[in-house]
Design a protein around this ligand. Structure first.
Ligand code: BGC
Length: 358
């Protein structure tokens, strides 16, 4: 079968090649992959900064954002049928089976020895056929056959938002009404939609003029879109109950801390590049203490967020027709896959690979 592979640590090694078909073991679903999404993590792997091949393999098959149909549901895969539309989670628990991994929360793994499909020590889904342990696969309704590829990035939002609510509701009475989303990439847009769907008054900010596709998509959910080049972030200090940082920019992350209101919460989901501090650390901590604020980080998502995300995708699709479709600006066929990992065009929001039909 055809697969998109890299040699981790070697920039420019991405290639479409023939690899042996996978053979499912008991409990594993054989998947016919339909679509694969490309995100910043994939680009970091392709550029040689991240990623690890499975033990004994010279290459890593890419692809952690995926949408498939079940090709074969053998023994140990009860509840699945051939043709089901499905999405597997990304992470599998650590060999030590730490407290969180054994509790079904490998997204909170304590040892760091977890494995991730398409990222760390497990092949991904950017291949015609793929395998996943059926315990980590969610079924999607047919209505999501075009946009279900957005489930994995939505789960990053689900976890970042749900954890913010859990933290806040556990420590006080909290009735949030305002949210700020920093960043208008796919994760920022999905966060905007989810928070709008939850009834919050959302401000979405990015460095793009209001007429661009990302800005229009954000505004289509009823959010207020702001180009930070017109209205600086510093003018928004202390205005929001919840701030969702999805730019991945270190400078923006530092500013994000000042943007939540007293008793507010800031959720960080980016991977931030090293940058020596110029910020007044004393001010940051005093602001944190005197405002009872919470700043927390969130990575990955376990299957509970995938199940919740599947329901939310259906609801978002019903509420804002064309919004999810509008995120998928770049659809690349498998035989052109190598080009999909190049630089994005100005109006592009998200690139996905079309792996097959159906
Ligand atoms: C993926 C997560 C993963 C993280 C770190 C993200 O792009 O969505 O599932 O845990 O990268 O590897």
């Amino acid at each position: 079968m055809k697969a998109i592979t890299v040699t981790p640590g070697t920039p420019g090694s991405v290639s479409l090649r023939d690899v042996p078909d996978p053979t499912p073991r008991t409990g594993q679903l054989l998947l016919r992959v339909q679509k694969v999404g490309i995100c910043g993590t994939d680009m970091d792997i392709v550029n040689g900064f991240y990623g690890e091949a499975p033990a004994g393999s010279p290459y890593l098959i890419l692809g952690h954002e995926s949408l498939s149909r079940v090709e074969r549901a053998g023994p140990g895969c009860e509840g699945f049928n051939e043709g089901d539309l499905v999405v597997p989670t990304v992470r599998r628990g650590c060999p030590e089976n730490c407290l969180n991994c054994r509790s079904g929360e490998s997204d909170m793994c304590l040892t760091g020895h977890y494995e991730e499909h398409g990222i760390k020590r497990l092949h991904g889904f950017a291949s015609e056929l793929a395998l996943s342990d059926s315990r980590y696969v969610v079924k999607l309704p047919e209505s999501l056959s075009e946009v279900g590829i957005l489930l994995e990035p939505l789960t990053i939002v689900e976890k970042g938002v749900q954890q913010a609510f859990r933290i806040q509701n556990a420590r006080m009475k909290w009735e949030p009404s305002t949210a700020l989303v920093l960043g208008s990439g796919p994760v920022g847009l999905l966060a905007t939609a989810l928070l709008r769907q939850m009834g919050l008054d959302v401000t979405a900010v990015a460095r793009k003029p209001a007429g661009t596709p990302k800005a229009r998509l954000a505004a289509s959910t009823g959010a207020t879109y702001v180009d930070v080049r017109d209205v600086p972030l510093s003018s928004m200090e202390g205005k929001f109950d919840i701030v969702f940082e999805a730019t991945g920019s270190t400078a923006v992350a530092l500013e994000a801390q000042n943007l939540c209101d007293t008793n507010g919460v800031v959720s960080f989901v980016g991977i931030y590049k090293s940058q020596a501090g110029t910020e007044d650390a004393g001010k940051v901590f005093t602001n944190l203490v005197l405002g009872n604020r919470v700043y927390f980080g969130s990575v990955n998502a376990n299957i509970s967020y995938f199940s919740k995300g599947a329901t939310d995708l259906v609801n978002i699709r019903k509420k804002w027709a064309g919004f999810l479709e509008g995120i998928l600006t770049n659809k690349v066929p498998l035989d052109k896959a190598e080009s999909a990992y190049g630089p994005k065009g100005e109006g592009d929001v998200k690139t996905i690979l079309e792996m097959g039909s159906g």
